[in-house]
Design a protein around this ligand. Structure first.
Ligand code: HQG
Length: 180
């Protein structure tokens, strides 16, 4: 597969494994997993032709490692980014002293008032470094990077999770922990 084909499959997998599994008639279990054979069969009958080898290639070469197979390769899920209500089953982890969030200027007034919210997703996403946060923010325009006092949040009892692909997840960041 060429890069464009892989990107297109990755976007479609993000849609069905994070947001709308019903588009091709699959279901996700409570931890977000779906059956690999059924996924391939239903992608093929809905016009998104793919073989197991191609699916494996997309999962393994994905720039952000967005998807993961179960150990026996029978199941697949998105590692983070869901809007559907699933539990990734991750244990809380101690975050670094600071994490970063990439956003854009037009959201800042609202973020100053209500802190960072998870919006339509199951978690709010934080990046481990400025460079990653820059890429996240750039999806929406000129990026603005917010530095978050995650060490202080941890001390105050907020919970953090680290997804299988290295994205830090939490529920809400009150404005007092954000360095604007
Ligand atoms: C903003 C990509 C107003 C927030 C990335 C963001 C990430 C507020 C937008 C993943 C707000 C939500 C997630 C508030 C937050 N008022 N705006 N109180 N609180 N916002 O897409 O973090 O490529 O749900 O700053 O790499 O941009 O898809 O979140 O701009 O990891 O794998 O509301 O998506 O990964 O947007 O991106 P999103 P995000 P993938």
């Amino acid at each position: 597969m060429n890069e464009q084909q892989k990107k297109s499959v990755s976007k479609f997998l993000s849609l069905i494994l994070r947001h709308q599994p019903e588009v091709i008639g699959i279901t996700l279990d409570e931890n977000g997993w779906t059956d690999v054979d059924e996924l391939i069969a239903k992608m093929n009958t809905s016009g998104h032709r793919i073989s197991f080898d191609e699916l494996e290639e997309v999962v393994e070469t994905n720039d952000k490692q967005r998807f993961a197979f179960s150990d026996d390769y029978n199941k697949i899920r998105a590692s983070q980014g869901h809007s559907v209500n699933i539990s990734l089953g991750l244990d809380p982890q101690e975050p670094p002293e600071y994490l970063y969030h990439g956003t854009v200027a037009k959201f800042l007034d609202s973020i100053r008032k209500e802190g960072l919210q998870r919006m339509s997703r199951q978690h709010l996403h934080l990046s481990r470094d400025r460079e990653t946060a820059m890429k996240v923010g750039s999806r929406r325009g000129i990026p603005v990077i917010l530095n978050i006092n995650t060490g202080a949040m941890h001390q105050d009892g907020f919970l953090f999770y680290l997804s299988d692909n290295g994205v830090w997840l939490t529920d809400h960041v009150p404005a007092k922990y954000i360095n604007f």
